[in-house]
Ligand binder design. Structure first.
Ligand SMILES: Cc1cc2nc3c(=O)[nH]c(=O)nc-3n(C[C@H](O)[C@H](O)[C@H](O)COP(=O)(O)OP(=O)(O)OC[C@H]3O[C@@H](n4cnc5c(N)ncnc54)[C@H](O)[C@@H]3O)c2cc1C
Length: 451
């Protein structure tokens, strides 16, 4: 029987892995446990007419031409079907202000006394940041000084991660949040930014557009149309796609996975040459008893992830901002990010999605989230909700602590020591954003292909 190369997880990581593997191996099987491919790049479709995505998951060409060849087929350049942007229009809400120009926070919104104190601290901060910090708090302190770190960035850390910067690993905060601030007018900022010290800390009011980046979004419908296109491409290449399929057991022989038992146990995949695992790593370790995770845990009560709740709204009036997405830094508000579809696509439905990061199982009423849109100045006070839908996403936002990083690398090392024919490419810590995840997949799968 011919051997199979298997990819587990049909998100964008699994799709790239399967397309790459098919160039080298005859039988490639992609296993996805839900009824659709795409993971976070799926879209929600209600009543056959309302489209929403799972937050701002807009694909952009990567800096790797090879990845682009696999994931950005020429159909995406058909202007009747796909819109192209060289930047996404970001905004942010912070200190009672909706900033319609940038995602950076604007400290000029504070009163004179606080603003001056923040600047004095910033001017006195460390000239040359260190290479190693014990946590993100020390790192941000070195960049911005005490007032901004304590009163702004630490509050944002609580809001996004549910913990202080002191608990986060170095770079964890910088990974999801670009901590440059707006502190002056454009002319002064440009002058300051000629000096490296300020360039690291200050942001222009209107960010410079990097024309070399291309984002894609459908003229109509949600981002899952990209996934549908890639699914068709995989089908044409002869990749076998098993949706709605879970792996109920794994059989090991001589340090290799030899069989995957699927579903209720009626089906199995035998003669497996290699597995690329893009689904959560701990699942593999725990569910199939490859490792006793409890034995690797040293602080078992430490929370490792934030739940994400999604709120989709159809409003009866246009939005008050032209931003495509708005990040809300205000620590009191529950909103993390708002995606405004009408600012991507022309549509007479006024649609937006709100992502909320929270403790697990703490859902907030839709009315409260909608009121926040009014408070932020995104919708007018007399706007009414025509339709709303909300639910908890299956995907979590990682709380990147030294403990989490250690646990993850322990799991990866133990699995890799025990099993030779598996490659784990699940996103973790510093590989969170799509571009980084894809680069990691490309690197790992290239090794398998060359071997
Ligand atoms: C709240 C939030 C906001 C984000 N915002 C951004 C952003 O603004 N920009 C950005 O670039 N990135 C963002 N990301 C990260 C981005 O979504 C990921 O980098 C990208 O989706 C990674 O793709 P993936 O295939 O690894 O994972 P996923 O998209 O999660 O796909 C994993 C797939 O595996 C399947 N699966 C799970 N378990 C199994 C199993 N046991 N067997 C078979 N299949 C399984 C799932 O159903 C899913 O289809 C965000 C993530 C979150 C959670």
């Amino acid at each position: 029987m011919a051997s199979s190369t298997v990819v587990v997880g049909g998100g964008i990581a699994g799709i790239l892995a399967a397309l790459m593997l098919k160039d080298r191996f005859e039988n490639v099987v992609l296993i996805e446990n839900s009824d659709e491919l795409g993971g976070l790049l799926r879209s929600d479709h209600y009543d056959n007419q309302y489209w929403f995505d799972k937050g701002t998951h807009i694909p952009a060409l990567t800096y790797n031409e090879e990845i682009n060849k696999y994931l950005f087929p020429k159909q995406l350049y058909n202007e009747n079907l796909w819109l192209r942007f060289s930047y996404l229009k970001p905004g942010n809400y912070f200190n009672n202000n909706l900033n319609n120009e940038s995602s950076s926070i604007d400290i000029t919104s504070y009163g004179k006394e606080k603003y001056c104190k923040m600047l004095i601290d910033l001017f006195n901060s460390n000239l040359e940041p260190k290479l190693h910090y014990i946590n993100a708090y020390e790192q941000i302190m070195d960049l911005f000084g005490e007032t901004l770190t304590r009163e702004v960035f630490d509050q944002i850390s609580y809001k996004f991660f549910g913990v202080s910067l002191k608990k986060l690993s170095q770079d964890a905060f910088k990974l999801v949040f670009n901590p440059r601030i707006i502190a002056f007018d454009e002319k002064k900022t440009k002058e300051f930014k000629k000096i490296k010290f300020f360039d690291l800390r200050l942001s222009l009011r209107s960010p410079i557009i990097n024309e070399s980046i291309t984002y894609f979004y459908p003229v109509e419908g949600g981002i899952n149309l990209w996934i549908k296109m890639l699914e068709e491409k995989m089908g044409n290449k002869g990749i076998k796609i098993l949706k709605n399929t879970s792996i109920s057991d794994i059989k090991l022989k001589d340090g290799n996975i030899s069989e995957l038992i699927l579903g209720e146990g009626n089906e199995c995949l035998k003669n497996i040459s290699h597995i690329v695992w893009t689904a959560p790593t701990h699942l593999l370790a725990q569910r199939y008893k490859i490792i006793n995770i409890e034995s690797l845990k040293n602080e078992s009560n430490q929370n490792l992830k934030r739940a994400t709740y999604l709120y989709h709204f159809i409003c009866n009036k246009p939005f008050l901002t032209d931003r495509q997405y708005v990040t809300c830094y205000d620590p009191i508000m529950r909103t993390f990010r708002v995606t405004l579809y009408n600012n991507f696509q022309k549509s007479d439905q006024f649609r937006c999605s709100v992502e909320v990061l929270s403790e697990d199982n703490i859902a907030i009423a839709e009315e409260i989230i909608f009121k926040e849109l009014i408070t932020m100045g995104i919708v007018s006070e007399d706007t009414l909700i025509e339709k709303s839908y909300s639910y908890k996403l299956g995907s979590y936002f990682p709380i990147i602590t030294p403990y989490m990083e250690e646990l993850h690398s322990n799991i990866v090392n133990t699995v890799s020591d025990k099993i030779s024919n598996i490659t784990l490419v699940q996103r973790s810590g510093n590989q969170f954003f799509m571009a980084d995840v894809l680069e990691n997949v490309y690197k790992c799968v290239s090794k398998i292909i060359k071997y």
